[in-house]
Design a protein around this ligand. Sequence first.
Ligand code: FAD
Length: 319
Amino acid sequence: MILIAIDHAHGSPRRGAYELVSAARELGGEVAAVVLGGPEAAPVADALAAYVPSVVHVDDASLDHASHERRTTALASVAADLGVDVVLLGAGRSGQAVGPRLALRLGGALLEDVAAVRRDGPAVVAERLAYLSRASLTVRAEVAPVVVSVKPGAYPVAAPADAPGSVASRSVAFGAADDVARLGERRSAARGRVALEEADVVVCGGRGLGDAASFERLVVGLADELGAGVASTRAVVDAGWRPYDEQVGQTGKSVAPKLYFALGVSGAVQHLSGMNRSGTVVAVNKDGDAPIFKVADYGIVGDLHEVLPALRSALAGLD
Ligand SMILES: Cc1cc2nc3c(=O)[nH]c(=O)nc-3n(C[C@H](O)[C@H](O)[C@H](O)COP(=O)(O)OP(=O)(O)OC[C@H]3O[C@@H](n4cnc5c(N)ncnc54)[C@H](O)[C@@H]3O)c2cc1C
């Protein structure tokens, strides 16, 4: 059986949850999903039941903003009870932290940050991208269970199942070891804007914006008009113009939106590795030889301060 660990926010599954459903269906076999959290997570479990035959809701408010240890204990308990051979989770920050803990706890194998996963007889085989996505590695786990963390955007969002599934609530017993770390204050970085990893459209600004005020006016302004996520390069984060949670690239986030605007971004390989699975890439740069144009579907050579206002007024004229 495959168990999908569901990421959710504000009472809804995150997009990655539906991508994991696609991965599970491709793998083949019985599928269940597990949702952690108190009453706010109940609608998440109900929503998932339209996609998978069986959903387990670990109904415990202490899991709402829990430490990685607590979440690991809850997932391990459900996985052991169901006798699963594969656990799928998203390779975001939480998945990267929980995945290794869970594999260790279950005495199984770990396939991390994979772009594709399949069965080969009793083995589970996955593709990992390496060297800034220029190479692909095939990794194979021959022991069960296997914990697999899947790259955001690697699979399409699943369609609902033909027949609805069922939801069962249960509890989990925690011990002192689950509280070695506690989550302190939690601040939302999204500020009401669509989360970067979830966004269909991402507007990314680079050092070419010149300063923080221009970034706010031109990049954030365009993103707000489009209902898009805001991203930045490391140069922008290092300059203190934007927070680290917006950084895309090798040492930042990986995103795979349908549309990616790269504005005043040179296109360094470390940046490209975080956005090269985007659908359509639109680049604006005053240097016609900038490497970003090699990956752009549409390129505008020009000064951002002239091109962006023109682009925004053209967009404003569209319905
Ligand atoms: C180990 C390591 C990890 C790294 N990880 C990351 C990472 O995760 N993410 C990341 O982004 N980078 C990362 N970097 C840094 C990366 O190498 C680049 O330095 C960085 O991406 C450059 O950011 P940029 O494109 O904003 O700036 P620049 O390279 O300075 O490019 C600015 C661009 O703006 C254009 N421009 C300037 N003014 C205008 C204007 N008025 N109108 C239009 N265009 C204009 C310029 O022509 C230029 O192409 C990493 C580097 C290392 C060594």
